[in-house]
Write a protein that binds this ligand. Structure first.
Ligand SMILES: CC(C)(COP(=O)(O)OP(=O)(O)OC[C@H]1O[C@@H](n2cnc3c(N)ncnc32)[C@H](O)[C@@H]1OP(=O)(O)O)[C@@H](O)C(=O)NCCC(=O)NCCS
Length: 172
């Protein structure tokens, strides 16, 4: 394999204190601000993989399990899970930390998909990703099915062409 990367080479960690201007009137972090930070962190992971300018093409359903308070530390970790031709999936995990109370709570997870672009802003092929750990292999295997769901919902793939996804539900 000539030009390949590992998930570890794409790992990106973002750490930020929640300031009053990041919050809603209840003193909790705005969901939109968190989505922006998640996009920034995962775009850096995708850039490490592709060494190209990347754009977000899809964000999977994100749910907010726990609110994050002003003064808490937000920690976001992003890693590429799999590459396709010009696109790549990034897995993001978010925690809130209250350091004085020694508390760390997982707040949410998400998958973002990016496309690498060339100088003419056309989709550009990306290097292959080779998973190493069991967890990275699990995420890599699931990525093909998550991609098929996205492409079907985005009107870019027919259900009958989504072989790996159909295999989950049907015995043919
Ligand atoms: C990303 C973009 C360049 C793709 O252009 P396109 O004409 O759809 O190009 P393609 O059909 O060749 O798709 C390119 C890749 O995106 C993937 N893709 C397209 N739509 C997708 C979707 N909804 N979900 C996941 N992947 C998608 C394709 O599968 C393809 O991946 P592959 O090469 O790995 O197989 C174009 O849609 C775009 O510029 N979007 C706006 C991006 C942006 O501005 N993001 C910020 C939001 S404000």
């Amino acid at each position: 394999m000539e030009d390949h990367r590992t998930p570890a080479q794409t790992e990106t960690i973002f750490t930020q204190v929640v300031q009053p201007n990041d919050t809603n009137p209840l003193g909790n972090l705005h969901g939109g601000r968190l989505l922006y930070w998640m996009d920034e962190c995962s775009a850096i992971a995708a850039t490490k993989l592709s060494r190209a300018v990347v754009v977000t093409v899809s964000v999977d359903g994100v749910s907010f399990k726990n609110s994050i308070d002003v003064g808490d530390i937000v920690v976001i970790k992003a890693k590429v899970t799999r590459t396709f031709r010009t696109s790549m999936e990034v897995f993001i995990e978010v925690w809130s930390e209250n350091i004085p109370n020694n508390e760390k709570v997982k707040c949410n997870e998400a998958y973002y998909t990016f496309v690498a672009l060339d100088d003419a802003r056309r989709p550009k092929p990306v290097p292959e990703l080779v998973p190493e750990t069991d967890e990275e292999k699990r995420l890599y295997d699931g990525a093909i099915r998550r991609r098929q769901v996205r492409l079907i919902l985005g009107g870019k793939m027919k259900v009958e062409d989504a072989n790996e996804l159909r295999a989950l539900f049907m015995k043919e």
